[in-house]
Write a protein of this length. Structure first.
Length: 342
């Protein structure tokens, strides 16, 4: 059995964190536990039997939002800490290798924040750095900065912060949890792209950036943490005229295939990655239920897809050798799932 942790934006007591078991042989999902939370859990990561959670303020109070942590023991979640951020909402987070610092993306005020962690508990906020700038898409969400994703460069030299509102990837030096932008390495993305999430190839030579507003994925060649754009491709069909917003991006552990989820077009796009050039080639798209906001990959063989407005978790099977991605009949109802953590 595989354990899966799903964040839910459900109404009232339905919101919170759901623990599910997944049987790879039958591909069936089973609800095991529901932990109601005061705020909306927007993103989650696991590390060494601990679950770390970023929260979106659910009722606009000054004590909402923030970060939290849980101990995973016997497949149960035991609350360890909850740190209010004075009403601030977070959409993403990452944890330092020494597990002493958490960095978080504050979408709503456009800031990157750092927190001290002691014994897996969120101890205190160190700093929050507000971004500056805006993009050309003023009718949508580029009137101000909107930080959507944080992570570490492969060599751990920088914390990167992906800003959807200002079309930038901001690189931060982060000694002792302090954040200082290194402007020599920050990246300006094509205006109007609305970058959302970024991941790297295993060898660190390439970065892959999914753009929510432009519905595209960009490939960058990375040398000494300097980025050079080498490819920019659409992640929805050119003939599609409806609204769509690209969401999640993940790669198989082999580094051979890339997946993008599309909300609106409601699909998972599958790409082959050229191992020499890093460039990607679209193989095909598989339709999902409504608004696949996130997904995760189990053993390079299964995708668990969170369809937020379909109120559904769907299971896809993936044969990497033969490049076959299939939507299976296996699914389970869940109120507004927004994140899948393993």
């Amino acid at each position: 059995m595989k354990m899966i942790y799903v964040a839910s934006y459900g109404k009232g007591e339905d919101k919170g964190i759901y623990t599910l078991s997944f049987d790879p042989y039958t591909m069936k999902l089973k609800k095991e536990e529901h932990i109601p939370t005061k705020d909306f859990p927007s993103y989650m990561i696991t590390r060494d039997d601990h679950l770390y959670v970023a929260y979106k303020n659910a009722d606009n109070t000054n004590d909402g939002g923030g970060l939290g942590s849980f101990l995973i023991e016997d497949n149960k979640l035991i609350k360890e800490s909850n740190y209010s951020s004075s009403g601030r909402s977070y959409t993403h987070l990452c944890l330092s290798d020494d597990q002493e610092y958490i960095f978080a993306a504050n979408y709503h005020i456009g800031a990157t924040a750092s927190y001290k962690v002691n014994d897996h508990k969120i101890d205190h906020k160190i700093v929050a750095v507000r971004h500056k700038g805006f993009g050309p898409d003023l009718l949508k969400r580029q009137t101000s900065p909107h930080v959507h994703n944080v992570g570490f460069t492969p060599d751990k030299r920088f914390v990167y912060s992906v800003d959807l509102g200002s079309d930038r990837i901001v690189m931060y030096d982060y000694k002792d949890g302090q954040l200082e932008e290194n402007k020599d390495y920050s990246v300006n993305v094509i205006p109007g792209s609305g970058p959302r999430h970024m991941i790297f190839s295993q060898d660190g030579r390439f970065a892959y950036l999914v753009n929510e507003i432009a519905n595209s994925v960009m490939v960058f060649k990375v040398a000494d943490n300097h980025f050079s754009l080498i490819q920019n491709v659409s992640c929805i069909p050119h003939h599609f005229t409806g609204f769509s917003a690209a969401a999640a991006i993940r790669m198989t552990s082999t580094g051979k295939h890339l997946f993008i989820s599309n909300r609106g077009h409601d699909s998972i796009a599958l790409y082959r990655i050229n191992q020499e050039t890093g460039k990607i080639s679209l193989l095909y798209m598989v339709h999902t239920d409504k608004d696949p906001r996130d997904f995760n990959i189990i053993d390079d063989a299964y995708l668990i897809v969170a369809c937020q407005n379909g109120n559904l978790l769907q299971v896809m099977s993936f044969d990497e050798e033969n490049e076959k991605l299939l939507l299976t009949p296996q699914a389970i109802s869940l109120p507004q799932p927004v994140c899948v953590a393993l």
